[in-house]
Design a protein around this ligand. Sequence first.
Ligand SMILES: Nc1nc2c(ncn2[C@@H]2O[C@H](COP(=O)(O)OP(=O)(O)OP(=O)(O)O)[C@@H](O)[C@H]2O)c(=O)[nH]1
Length: 303
Amino acid sequence: MVDVYLVSGFLGSGKTTLLMRLLQQAKEEGKKPAVFMNEFGDTNIDGQMIETKDGAIPMREMLNGCICCTGSEQSEAEIQTILVEHPDVDVLFIETTGAAHPVEALDAVFSPLFADQITFKGIITVVDLQRFAARDRMSPQMQVLFMEQIRHANFIVANKMDTLTDSELASVMIHLAQLLPNVPLVQTTDAKVNVRDIFDSLQQTVEVASYGETEHVHHHLQSKSFIVERPVHRERFEEWIQQLPDSVYRMKGYVRLDEIRTYSVQYAYGMIQWLPEMMKMKPVLVFIGDHVQALDIPESIYA
Ligand SMILES: Nc1nc2c(ncn2[C@@H]2O[C@H](COP(=O)(O)OP(=O)(O)OP(=O)(O)O)[C@@H](O)[C@H]2O)c(=O)[nH]1
């Protein structure tokens, strides 16, 4: 299994600065890291490798895109390429563009394609403290995005502390800690953090595997996947999906409607989409949301 960490945070907050430290630590611990980066602009970072002082690290990037807006298919393909071309990779860091919504950026990670290849460890959000202190000056939409990135964090790196006075710093740190009382929070300059603390704290991810179900538990967002061995009854399946609580943000996977036809099925924002699937796919459903661990597949959905 490949451990996956998502590095989130607003534009210019220090994500790449932190990424370099994460990579260095992973290498020092003898791990084989890889990076998937998506950039808003079209600046090509030369080649497909990031050079560190210990050598090159495989990297794929998606230019001019945003994991959450361009659709997750392209991201899925890039992640798949990393997994296929570099089977020795054991940790993958995904740096999202600063304009990505963290939940939607996870879409590709929770692809049913990777259900048995990836262990999602959590979201590390880098917060630009100066921007946090002055967030009222951002547009309402940007403020929402900024706060969503913070709200979904499993670990917060409160960066650019050098840009604030001591009293400003104390006040924003108290505010951040109140916002997320149960999330580890460290204050840094140049994202200088003890990376082991991040890895240790995100180690708490629980994995339960039984009867073909896997469950990944995090502080906030969770995913749960089910193997759906038998064909499902389309209408009853849809009825079940439609009555799921709002805290289930997303569902996707592959199911069979009879012994022959396999469909890709997707659910987001109340809409269900079915597409015939030509390839032979493993029948798996992945749910992403705030409290999905209690979900169970009812007998009624089966044909
Ligand atoms: N003053 C100050 N500058 C910092 C700090 N951390 C990073 N920077 C600078 O902030 C700028 C943005 O840092 P990056 O690491 O590229 O930030 P990013 O979040 O990856 O940026 P985008 O990919 O554009 O969203 C760079 O010029 C960094 O050198 C800090 O703690 N204090």
